[in-house]
Design a protein around this ligand. Sequence first.
Ligand code: TXA
Ligand code: MG
Length: 329
Amino acid sequence: MNVDLKTQILPAGEAAVAAAARCLAEGGLVAFPTETVYGLGADASNPAAIARLYLAKGRPSFNPLIAHVSDLGAGMRIACFDAQAIALANAFWPGPLTLVLPKTKDCAVADLATAGLDTIAIRVPAHPVAREILRAFGGPVVAPSANLSGHVSPTTAAHVQSDLAGRIDLIVGGAVAVGVESTIVGCFDAPMLLRPGGVPRGEIERLLGRALVQPPDDADKDTGQPLAPGMLASHYAPRTPVRLNAGRIEAGEALLAFGSAPVPGVDAATAVMNLSAHCDLAEAAANLFGYLRALDARGARAIAVMPVPHHGLGEAINDRLRRAAMGRE
Ligand code: TXA
Ligand code: MG
């Protein structure tokens, strides 16, 4: 990989949006904030740009990308929406929900971006910067999270810079809101929760009037052709080992706390960060990846994580923590 690119960093604004659209049109790679995490965008119809994107992230090319579009109408040009998918789109777009749908026959998204599948993942982001870039560019933009493959997703421009400086053309600044990636729903005969995320399962199930089914167990493994290939077991791992459901802190560990209950051994912790002292799951989601990165940089023996409740956004938080705890190959 050529790591000698000069990566430009621009604060959000008209000039940045115009530069981003120009860069995408020229086949460049642009990181930009969405309401979930930072995305690394490329022109979805340009195979050469997508190949560069996989290289820049060090991402296995069997792992397909989400196409970001400006509205449902643009989505309908690349995917076939049934009544259920339209209901989901109307309820949750723009926002942190990704739908996996059959591709249209003349879908303009390059096969490389969908890893040869006959389905495509689509999302209409809510972040104003993402929306302006999509509008200015005028076509679908594929955008995985803007981190090196296997790293924790970026929630600040500085996170993107530390992973991808020299590998991409432009970083547009701006704050994210949700902090975990979008929820992915496979719009199959029985709608399936492929990845818990920014829209809690319960809200989707209420709208559909039915439970979301779970992917089969073997869809979660590093081998074979999983249903949501990005659900690689160790997709979100920091370098420091992560210990879950910690009831006490061992010497040399850093603490990722939740709530204000006292933790035995906390005086011996090398560092303490609290996802949310008052048990607010939205605040915890927003802090999760930044705190994992910060604690990872402290060189602790392990990051001990207090239990986080499973309801609402807690499902996505626990999913990412579980993956972080699996470590990396
Ligand atoms: O919040 C988000 O979704 C962020 C922002 C940037 O939009 N994007 C993101 O992208 O998390 P990425 O590439 O890190 O994760 C996309 C996930 C992967 O697990 C991938 O395997 C899955 O979507 N995916 C993409 N296309 C798919 C398809 N056709 N069928 C099943 N899963 C698919
Ligand atoms: Mg990712």
